[in-house]
Design a protein. Structure first.
Length: 118
DNA sequence: CCGTTGACGTCGG
DNA sequence: ACCGACGCCAACG
């Protein structure tokens, strides 16, 4: 095990793992949360590798609510999302803005702010 | 190390 | 709304 992947990759996997059921995140958002706002494509490359089911890769979708890809098994991706309550019409996610999940700020998030007052 | 590939994103026609 | 061109980044050969 032992971290075969680069820091960025493991960060991406970390983020995807945190996506709650019934919610979705775009490749771009995941990339940004992982520290590479311009690495949306790289996230796709990583997802493709995602052989482990520990990562809900089906919750990662395209920008604007596009379905994105799934190794040619888009039907499966649709079914999985649908099973979580996400309505998919054609290659588009309905109420995308409401379904979209954004990772909390601060990356891995630090505990609360010791002095959180603005 | 370099060139190619690809589950992306944004803009223009 | 659909298609094409560019850009960006990591993985693969």
């Amino acid at each position: 095990m032992t971290t075969l992947a680069s820091p960025f990759t493991r960060r991406v996997l970390s983020v995807v793992r945190r996506i709650p059921p019934g919610r979705v995140a775009t490749y771009g958002d995941v990339a940004a949360a992982a520290g590479g706002p311009r690495a949306a494509r790289a996230v796709g490359t990583i997802m493709r590798q995602c052989g482990s089911h520990d990562v809900p890769c089906h919750r990662v979708v395209g920008a604007g609510g596009a379905l994105g890809g799934y190794g040619g098994n888009l039907e499966l991706k649709r079914a999985l999302l649908r099973a979580e309550g996400v309505v998919v019409a054609g290659s588009r996610i309905r109420e995308f803005a409401e379904r979209q999940w954004l990772a909390p700020r601060g990356g891995t998030a630090r505990r609360q702010n010791p002095l959180s007052q603005r």
